[in-house]
Design a protein. Structure first.
Length: 186
């Protein structure tokens, strides 16, 4: 399932690999616009994996073997602040004949970053599509109805997620460090 038609990388040009110790030599060449995301990849991502807090996947160039983008995934849950307006499978949650929990199982996009030189080429979309497909496969074995992201409270970042089909409960990003965003899987 392709989330966004803006994916410009072809599978012949790139491949996805789980982050491994042997990738450390290429960390220095990765520079996104967000220092926190750069630091996470270079200092914390491997430790997160060892502690089973998240798994980082690298989008690598087949030609250069350099990191184009990365995504860190873990289990999460979508907390619904109000059942009145929330829509599940095209129907308001309040209209279902039973009470639902206020949290729904989801695959969490914990971190998502693209190298500055690769911005606009579709690396982040490629990885979100990868995550979406992983969530669709996982839900064959366990509950998982949503892809969830805690987007940095920045108009550009939140706008990117919205263009990718994600929704948010937040009316404004002002005063927030992150904005919870979700995508219901069909």
């Amino acid at each position: 399932m392709v989330l966004i038609s803006q994916v410009r990388y072809r599978p012949d040009d790139v491949f996805i690999s789980i982050l491994k110790d042997e990738h450390q030599p290429i960390f220095a060449s990765f520079h996104s616009r967000d220092d926190d995301l750069n630091d996470f990849l270079k200092k914390d991502a491997l430790e997160y994996q060892k502690l089973h807090l998240g798994v980082t996947y690298l989008l690598l160039s087949r030609k250069t073997k350099l990191i184009l983008s990365y995504i860190t995934l873990s289990m999460g849950s979508l907390k619904v602040p109000d059942q009145t307006d929330f829509v599940l499978r095209g129907r308001r949650l309040a209209d279902y004949p039973k009470d639902f929990p206020m949290q729904f199982p989801a695959l969490l996009v914990g971190r998502l970053a693209t190298d500055q030189e690769e911005e606009g080429r579709g690396g982040a979309h490629f990885l979100v599509d990868f995550a979406l497909n992983m969530a669709l496969e996982a839900r064959q074995k366990m509950g998982c109805g949503f892809l969830l992201a805690h987007a940095v409270a920045d108009e550009h970042v939140v706008g990117w997620y919205k263009r990718a089909g994600f929704k948010t409960f937040a009316g404004s990003i002002t005063g927030h460090e992150t904005v919870p965003m979700y995508l219901e899987m069909a």
